[in-house]
Design a protein around this ligand. Structure first.
Ligand code: GRF
Length: 192
């Protein structure tokens, strides 16, 4: 593979809605020599997303888009991505569902991280559902984004043990740590 510098890396946008620990982790990864991607744009659907602070900290362009009218918003979003020559999208705790029209425009170029061993527990509250069902294991998955929620092809998964004493909170913390390892690994897997 050709040597990657900041200039010829794959221009990537990260979509967030919350804390942004995966965003921060991806930014740090993107600065390493081995990373095939650069993070060039941060998109959030809410001004309240704490992760937006990484825009100032790392001098990365950000845009907050209110998804109340999805058609209009996605049109603006597509223009923005085009203007910034974005080639790849990582969803990281992004709480809005993108339309199939939008996903088609970026076919095979949108990935997501999900805090469960997909296909188990699509959607929200994955940790409490795993505990309620007395599962022995949980984990996280990086997958392609398709029209069906949390159902695209899985790129990589990491399994972790659920202990008797685990709560949804303790599990969320443990899984998040693994997410930070898994997301960069999955990106390397895609592009290497
Ligand atoms: C992560 O657990 C991710 O899997 C889920 O939302 C959480 C986002 O965490 N989709 P953060 O905002 O990256 O800290």
């Amino acid at each position: 593979m050709a040597k990657l510098t900041g200039l010829n890396k794959i221009k990537t946008a990260v979509f967030i809605s919350g804390t942004g620990s995966n965003l921060k982790n991806l930014i740090n990864f993107s600065k390493t020599k081995k990373s095939p991607i650069s993070i060039d744009l941060i998109i959030s659907n809410t001004i309240k997303a704490k992760g937006l602070s990484y825009s100032n900290q790392y001098k990365i362009k950000k845009k907050i888009l209110n998804f109340k009218n999805i058609k209009i918003t996605e049109k603006r979003l597509l223009n923005l991505l085009k203007q910034n020559k974005i080639q790849f999208i990582c969803l990281a705790g992004f709480m809005k569902i993108l339309s199939s029209k939008f996903i088609k425009q970026f076919n095979g170029k949108i990935i997501n991280i999900h805090p469960s061993l997909l296909p188990r527990y699509k959607g929200l509250n994955t940790h409490s559902r795993a505990i309620q069902n007395k599962d022995k294991f949980t984990g996280c998955s990086v997958h392609y984004v398709t029209e069906q929620l949390d159902s695209g092809k899985i790129i990589l998964q990491k399994k972790i043990k659920i202990l008797k004493k685990d709560t949804p909170k303790s599990l969320a913390e443990k899984v998040l740590k693994q997410e930070h390892k898994l997301y960069p690994k999955a990106i390397l897997k895609i592009f290497n």
